[in-house]
Design a protein around this ligand. Structure first.
Ligand code: PXL
Length: 278
């Protein structure tokens, strides 16, 4: 024992993609490595994520209510609830219901509003779904949109050159008006650097930049990043320190993936450095 009276527990509502290193298949190992019991709620099962030309998908929406009922019967509550890829308006409604049923006043809620990247919305996402995801903002303690997702949520056109503190601050102000508290905007292209903008609910902010790994954009980096942030939040870490750690972890995993010559859609080889999170 390391002074803790009990182990922490986090529910993760996200899809299961068998290949491509994203969503639950990265959240599970990362959250476990960070010493939290990871309780998975699959929103869908994919053979591989939608970034590949072809994939098989089995939607899980209809099974989620009964899954929740069984968990309620077990009397479960969670120290963290972390949401990722939600494939339908109904699923977002189910997430709201889940938070009300299983959250307590001490539960940390982390919403990664997975919708798109690089200015493009993922193939399964339409306007109605994006608008519904916006309704999760007031329920979340921390949100981790990339620039594309932050623009969709804020209802403003995407630009790939959003990088000044003034522009990022204005984006966060809009998200705050929509109910967001702590915000981390990820994947900001800042010259040869990559940045994350951290906006705290007390109004303080900082643009944290890191030397970019020499890679093209890779699948699942946002999921790895958000899994570290969510685990740190449950473990009580300070947000800026957590962003620093998550960014360094992603950058090193990207570098290793480049060195291995892994195709960008196959995600990042975080397994090589997972032990660093322990
Ligand atoms: O990494 C985001 C993500 C999660 N889940 C599925 C995806 C994607 C991005 O393409 O397709 C199924």
């Amino acid at each position: 024992m390391n002074g803790k009276s009990r182990q922490k527990r986090m529910a993760v509502i996200n899809d299961f993609s068998g290949f491509g290193r994203c969503s639950l298949t990265v959240a599970l190992p990362i959250i476990s490595a960070m010493k939290i019991q990871c309780c998975a709620v699959p929103t869908a099962v994919f053979s591989n994520h939608t970034g590949y030309e072809d994939f098989f998908m089995q939607d899980y929406t209809d099974y989620m209510p009964v899954y929740f009922d069984k968990w309620e019967k077990l009397g479960l509550t969670f120290d963290g609830i972390y949401t990722g890829y939600l494939g339908s308006v109904r699923q977002v409604e189910l997430v709201k219901d889940f938070i009300h049923r299983f959250g307590t006043e001490n539960t940390r809620i982390i919403v990664d509003p997975v919708m798109g990247d690089g200015g493009k919305i993922y193939s399964a996402f339409g306007r109605a779904l994006c608008e519904e995801i916006r309704e999760l903002l007031p329920l979340a303690d921390i949100i981790t949109p990339n620039v594309t997702e932050a623009c969709i949520l804020a209802g403003q056109p995407y630009r790939d050159d959003i990088r000044t503190e003034t522009e990022l601050l204005s984006l966060c102000d809009t998200l705050r008006r929509l109910g967001a508290k702590d915000i981390v905007i990820t994947g900001i292209a800042a010259g040869s650097d990559i940045g994350n903008f951290v906006y705290h609910k007390n109004g303080s902010y900082s643009l944290m930049t890191h030397e970019a790994a020499r890679s093209v954009p890779r699948a699942g980096t946002g999921d790895v990043f958000a899994s570290v942030i969510a685990s740190d939040a449950v473990n009580g870490a300070e947000l800026s320190a957590s962003v620093e750690k998550a960014a360094a972890f992603v950058a090193d995993a990207v570098q290793i993936s480049d060195d291995f010559g892994v195709p960008p859609q196959d995600g990042i080889c975080f397994e090589e450095i997972l032990s660093r999170l322990m």
